[in-house]
Design a protein around this ligand. Structure first.
Ligand code: FAD
Length: 196
């Protein structure tokens, strides 16, 4: 059951670090396992270091629609402080979005009926991904999920739907909306785009 993951966090092992920060397999806080917002909390802890920009206090955020900050990494919009993280290492969400984009797009261009060698290559890709994915707690759950739900690599529609269901498992775990895994919706989102 991946909806109740067992994850080691700083609460259990590092009383001097912000609680809830997810640890990697080496027992240290893991950047790509956490959101950048949680990771940035590390900067406020004098017992450790961080290369993230200092977050302004909420009161320092202006309501102007133009950029008023002296930091190149932040600017304010009407309602929020926005950070330009384009050159920063990925956090758990950015890595996830990029990986799902790659996987769903690859499925959208996969052969309608895949020859055996292509099926083998796709199997190897998915297995390797589950072993090598750098967010280790995500990888652990993904390994469990694909063990109980073996990949359908027979052709485009089967693979697209299978990936959609795996993505929905993660959506469920994170409290996100379920995607409707029909061929039509998947093609619209990841293949040809809306038909009109
Ligand atoms: P994403 O979930 O990244 O989705 C991107 C886009 O895909 C959406 O905008 C939507 O248009 C479309 N989409 C949504 N659902 C589906 C679907 N079912 N099928 C097809 N298209 C869809 N994050 C964690 O915090 N914990 C984890 O354990 C975790 N495990 C992950 C495991 C894997 C293998 C991967 C690839 C990512 C994992 N992530 C995990 C990241 C997480 O799934 C999201 O990518 C991340 O939270 C960013 O979410 P998002 O709302 O930007 O959209």
């Amino acid at each position: 059951d991946i909806s109740t993951p067992v994850v080691r966090t700083t609460k259990q092992t590092h009383p001097n670090l912000p609680p809830g920060l997810i640890l990697g397999p080496d027992g240290k806080p893991c950047k790509v396992c956490n959101s950048w917002q949680d990771w940035a909390k590390l900067q406020n802890n004098k017992k450790t270091t961080s290369n993230f920009p200092k977050l302004p206090s909420p009161s320092s955020a202006t309501t102007s629609s133009s950029s008023t900050s002296s930091s190149p990494l932040e600017h304010t919009t009407a309602n929020a402080v926005v950070y330009d993280r384009s050159d920063c290492p990925p956090d758990v969400a950015q890595l996830g979005r990029s990986t799902w984009t790659f996987l769903h797009t690859t499925a959208a261009y996969y052969p309608l009926k895949a020859p055996p060698e292509t099926q083998n290559n796709m199997m190897a890709l998915l297995k390797s991904l589950s072993l090598l994915y750098p967010c280790s707690w995500c990888a652990d759950d993904f390994q469990k999920d694909i063990k109980y739900n073996p990949p359908d690599v027979s052709g485009r529609e089967g693979l697209s739907r299978w990936l959609c269901e795996r993505h929905n498992s993660v959506n469920l775990k994170l409290g996100k909306e379920r995607f409707e895994c029909t061929n039509e919706k998947l093609d619209e989102r990841w293949g040809e785009g809306p038909k009109n």
